[in-house]
Write a protein that binds this ligand. Sequence first.
Ligand code: AMP
Ligand code: GLY
Length: 425
Amino acid sequence: MKILIIGSGGREHTIAWKLSKSPRVEKLYCAPGNGGIAEIAECVPIGVMEFDRQIAFAKERGIDLTIVAMDDPLVGGAVDAFEAAGLKAFGPRAEAAILEGSKAFSKDLMKKYRIPTAAYENFTDAKAAAAYVETCKLPVVLKADGLALGKGVLICQTREEAREGVKTIMTDRQFGAAGDCMVIEEFMTGREVSVLAFVDGKTVKVMSSAQDHKRARDGDQGLNTGGMGTFSPSPFYTKEIDEICRRTIYQPTVDAMRAEGRPFKGVLFFGLMLTAEGPKVLEYNARFGDPEAQVVLPRMKNDLLEVCEACMDGTLDRIDLQFEDNAAVCVVLASDGYPVHYEKGFVVEGLDTVKEKEEEGYYVFHAGTKRTGDTVVTSGGRVLGVTAKGATLQEARANAYRATQWVSFANQYMRHDIGKAIDEA
Ligand code: AMP
Ligand code: GLY
């Protein structure tokens, strides 16, 4: 089969790598791809929102399946566009990707179907929101309704911060149209865990759990980023918690979407907080997490293509989803200054050293690189995800940090405490 992947980051490289292991995949394309993806797929210079050009390309090359891996095109209706053109695409349609595209929608859905989440109010009027934060409990969490590159969430400790926050989101519109509507919700405490699941509209098959590290600096300091590293599985996500989540969150969410006439087919990402009152939903995403995919997919035993097909065909109940009984850690190598201001264009060295050790469980997934001739240069904030497996989380972490020393580029930055929480388990 010929497969086209839409996206350009570490997640897309991981998906491409995993698909390249399928005996049924004959050729991979990626739009627009990056310097690492280019080694296993033909990268085509078409933007992720250029649906018409993607469809024309898919028709011209006889693409059998397109995998839409990113939030913007999913929420924007990429899968709908491909289907309307008579082409197969993996991912939720816009009507279902709204679970990620509108936080107000997902909160209302959870309330209606009694899925555990933080108490909240939705606002479309800045004055009403401003009045609400004068009396609400502190700290309080303000969220722009729409997609905001993961930056639209403000945790406000004081009333002054909350007033400022309403202004930032709704009046100054710092996140653009994403802030036309806002969710104000209760602040929760607990451990966070990311659980990804395959969904075919009715059946849900849960993947191995993971934990992200969203802040830029060690000790969870600094600004929120796309994610600075991950580990899988999460030792805090016990069998008992998994059982509760399946019963109160996963299946109820899939059933709710079906009942609303918005069947979800694709990868559903549950961002959970393990609170003293039990697991609650922080957010939904309509796709693989990045860099969660970098630690989950290398541990998955199944052929990814077969699982994707089962999601589209509604036959996921026949798939026996299996993960290796080990652990993986991913450390993101970023450009110093990310997520604000950083220089790029530096040569990356040592990539072959990691690649030669794939059999031993070492991987390097490219997030922000491009190829110029024979060299790979940095082209983004997050540059590489260095992933390593191990028999235990501790071993995987030691391996991943060892492997970070095999690659180098100028202006490199990483967190040194990815997976530190493992020691507290
Ligand atoms: P979200 O994009 O909704 O996952 O929010 C980004 C991050 O903000 C989460 O990973 C949490 O660390 C934090 N967060 C979001 N909602 C809450 C909440 N209700 N209570 C505490 N922290 C939150
Ligand atoms: N790592 C969090 C996300 O992909 O949204």
